[in-house]
Design a protein around this ligand. Structure first.
Ligand code: PMP
Length: 362
């Protein structure tokens, strides 16, 4: 069996150990005589997986008891709508910091529901190559919340530290960098992430809501769209995507076994430095135009001198075993997504490939 070096942006690589553990018990989960996929979501076996998954998220992220972890369907995209549905009243307004395509989508949904102000916008000629500085934020102190996209998966930028919004709770779309680095969750009222990058397979959004925010949520929403439904029922109001949650459990246990978020962060920094270092040392053969301090540690984007050369890079890369390195269709170029499960050894191979490609084509 030949497994490729998987650099897709999402769904993305999963830790080999998590896949192997799942394979091991695929047909008979913990002596239950059935697969975890086939067991009732009300069974004792599933219940343990479900609750352990929730406590692992809290433990790994250092969340206090004032946070509830919800396991929801509809991906991160449904959260673009659920956040304003739950938090925006008729007289309220929310701030959005526009740093890329995913923030744009979040704003579009918020505007369907209520008033969304753009409190910063780093777009220039259709692209986003930086993160706003604190002084560039036009914050409304009365905003119901301030929404940020912590890592811009398509443009390859990342909030390396989070903005100060005073008493206004931050809402963070952390789909592409959750569990990749340590941060203080205190300013966040809500953190949400689609699972299919750093957490597990697709089919789940992990949504972390502070309890004081839950108390303020709008009433009268359709049952499934209300955070309080899921908080009251421990995300078991209806049938959850149990197999996805089971896989997330395996991934979280893997993160814990590797030393938790601190260990992930250390390795993520090394991996990012290796690739950015190769780009910066290439005499313009590879180019990354992101402001240095805003470079993403998860999605490294770069260009070659011509689109033809980029096509060759992707084709030769695939032939050498590197999958998913083509940039997002909306921006072109190259994107190497280095999530937690992408190993340091594999990234060293990417760098060796980049150097070899440059030597042959430079
Ligand atoms: N936000 C970000 C930052 C993303 O990268 C993505 C998916 N790539 C989404 C939201 C949308 O996630 P989903 O497909 O789970 O709705």
């Amino acid at each position: 069996m030949a497994r490729l070096h998987n650099y897709y942006a999402g769904p993305a690589a999963l830790p080999l150990e998590a896949l192997e553990a799942a394979r091991e018990e695929l047909l008979d989960f913990q002596g239950s005589g059935v697969s975890v996929m086939e067991t009732s979501h009300r069974s004792k076996e599933y219940d343990e997986v479900h609750n352990e998954t929730i406590s692992l998220v809290k433990e790994l992220m250092g969340l206090g008891d004032n946070y509830k972890v919800l396991l929801l369907q509809g991906g991160a995209s449904l959260q673009f709508a659920m956040v304003p549905m739950n938090l925006l009243g008729p007289d309220a307004s929310a701030d959005y910091l526009l740093t890329g395509s995913w923030s744009q989508k979040a704003i579009k949904e918020a505007k369907i529901i209520g008033t969304a102000r753009i409190a910063a916008n780093t777009e220039q000629d259709g692209v986003f190559t930086s993160i706003p500085k604190q002084g560039q934020l036009d914050l409304d102190p009365k905003a119901a919340y301030c929404h940020i996209t912590s890592n811009n998966t398509i443009f390859g930028t990342q909030w390396r530290s989070f903005p100060d919004t005073g008493a206004v709770p931050l809402v963070g779309d952390m789909s592409s960098d959750i569990l990749s680095r340590k941060f203080d969750p205190t300013p966040f009222g809500i953190i949400y992430a689609g699972a299919q990058k750093n957490l597990g397979p697709a089919g789940l959004a992990v949504v972390i809501v502070r309890k004081d925010i839950l108390e303020k949520c709008n009433k009268g929403l359709p049952t499934l769209l209300s955070y309080n439904t899921h908080a009251d029922k421990n995300s078991l109001f209806n049938t959850p995507p149990s197999f996805t949650i089971y896989m997330v459990n395996k991934v979280l246990n893997w993160v814990k076994g590797r030393g938790g978020i601190e260990a992930m962060e250390k390795e993520n920094t090394q991996k990012a430095e290796l690739i950015y270092g190769t780009i910066d040392g290439s005499n313009g053969f590879y180019k990354n135009t992101i402001a240095l301090e805003d470079r993403s540690q998860m999605n490294v984007v770069f260009r070659l001198t011509t689109e033809e050369l980029e096509k060759k890079f992707v084709a030769d890369g695939l032939a050498a075993g590197f999958l998913g390195i083509k940039g997002h269709r909306s921006v072109g170029g190259i994107r190497v997504s280095i999530y937690n499960a992408n190993t340091l050894d594999s990234v060293k191979d990417v760098v060796a490939f980049m150097k070899e490609f440059m030597a042959k084509n430079g």
